[in-house]
Ligand binder design. Sequence first.
Ligand SMILES: *[C@@H]1O[C@H](CO)[C@@H](O)[C@H](O)[C@H]1NC(C)=O
Ligand SMILES: *[C@@H]1O[C@H](CO)[C@@H](O)[C@H](O)[C@H]1NC(C)=O
Ligand SMILES: *[C@@H]1O[C@H](CO)[C@@H](O)[C@H](O)[C@H]1NC(C)=O
Length: 592
Amino acid sequence: MTSPKPHRTQRWSWRPQIPSFFLLLCSLSYIISISSLSQASAESIAAPAGSNITTSFQYDIIVYGSTPAAITAALQVKQMGKTVAIVCPEAVLGGLTTSGLGWTDSKDGNVIGGLARKFYQDVFTHYDTDSKTVWKHENRTEYLDMHIEAQPGPAIDEGNKIQWTFEPRVAETIFAKWITDANIPVYSGEQINRDKGGVTKAGPTITSITTVSGKTFKGAQFIDAGYEGDLMATANIQYRVGRDSHGDYGEKLAGVFLETTGDTYDGVDPYVKRGDESSGLLHGIEDSVASPLPMDFTGASDSIRLQSFNYRLCLSKEPKNAVPFTKPDNYSESTYELLLRVLEAGHKSTFSDQAMPNKKTDSNSDGPFSFDFVGGNFDAETKLTYSEASYAQREAMIKRHKDYQMGYLYTMAHSSRIPEEHRQFVAQYGLAKDEFVSNENWPYQLYIREARRMQGQHILTQNDVQNAAGYIGGKVAGMGSYSIDSHVVRRVAQEGKIYNEGGFYVMNSKPYAIPYGAIVPKKQDATNFLNPVTVSASHVGFGSIRMEPTYMVLGQSAAIGAVHAIEQGRAVQDVDQKKFMAAMKSAGQRLG
Ligand SMILES: *[C@@H]1O[C@H](CO)[C@@H](O)[C@H](O)[C@H]1NC(C)=O
Ligand SMILES: *[C@@H]1O[C@H](CO)[C@@H](O)[C@H](O)[C@H]1NC(C)=O
Ligand SMILES: *[C@@H]1O[C@H](CO)[C@@H](O)[C@H](O)[C@H]1NC(C)=O
């Protein structure tokens, strides 16, 4: 067993505060909802004239991040009568739900309750019309007549008045209205300062966070609802990155291994000059591994690599609403030699085209060389993976992902070596012209499938997901239902053949309860912190939990825990079970 990513152990000192006589109002133009100020008890502090202005704000609960979990958390706090602000780096709220992922990842819509369900009900209501401003490129009857079976149920579920498929711009409108209607202040463009001093703690109590721009946010409770877990990490809360070993939690799927199922590369040569190992490996294949496999490829842990990322693209089949794929910066067809060989060998490798309303798609990776930029979230020089990389390094990785995926599409659309049927498939599509209009029709948010995972009070594992039963009588934070799913981590070559490393996909027989202990840290790490996204789970357990509707469910549960901790004057770990479960029920959460 190898040790997980070590967590830093330095102690935090109390950050001296600027004297209160400097209290004055500062510019609040970046607060989306000005009208909320009266309830927000926002306090601002300015430094002496001549120095840079620093400002400080105070709310009962600070939510960091812009994912759907941040939204449901903030809304629930507000509904329970406490003050709350969302602080996030991103300009647009909603994470992947507003960035292309409309093919809702759940295998049982009945376990999605509370505000998460409200979101899909609002989607239904939006589309439940004949209006030509809503249905621009087809009508509702035509969409219904496709009889789309979405993952949680029928795409439009008339009986339950719920809709599981939607356009990104519709999700964006719904979330923005929720936030505006609830008068929740949003401090966007604010990255937490990940250096020492970004989080102040008094013992295990977090007292404030500071952003790179110098703003300080004080609160009684903190919820990290970002994809990366940056607040968690900066607060010195234990976490892991990468794969646990087989032995760590006794998980069959754990550890580093070569895939024997899933996508294969039969008949595809890995070398630049076919058959000539000395010519080097093709772009996209990282390493050669020995045969028999070395120990570190047989279920060992790995603390530096993450499953692959991509953009979920919203493509349009309607010519009037489609923008042609263009050549990215630094394009070279040689980068895609492996793709060309994969297709020439007869493998199907395009992208999925799940039908969203208005002749659009949610397009995901599909095939051995597709949207997933395998290896793109790892910097081979610094040996840093996305979650551990600096903000600047992350920006560079994000750009690489965009260039990779644009280059993939450009190659598919233009290379003379693309088989005709594939070229025709791709030629049907372009980027949807009326989506992400402020971002050149490209999704705002990269799909960060996994980053850090908390090592909290309860670590959710493969066993918890597959043998649902263990939490009867305990606090339940919601239900998960998705398959156990990890995308590929890297490609390697062995004896002239190509293999994927790290991918798996296993269906679950039934939904399972997620214990509250999976969204709170160990008590010695923090007593006023909750985490509905980079939750406490093994890599395998996380493979099922890591879905947008589940994040929404857990965001709402985290808010209930945080408010109860304030009301009861207790650590988040110790909130009263009966009261918690009663509040969960009255919030409409599904618990079994
Ligand atoms: C204000 O901040 C900028 C950027 O952090 C820095 O370069 C500058 O020296 C600061 N000015 C003062 C007066 O502290
Ligand atoms: C929807 O479109 C179809 C095909 O164009 C048409 O026959 C039908 O009348 C339309 N329905 C509505 C409600 O507009
Ligand atoms: C351009 O692409 C090549 C490989 O295709 C790569 O080695 C190089 O670093 C890239 N340059 C930039 C600036 O991204």
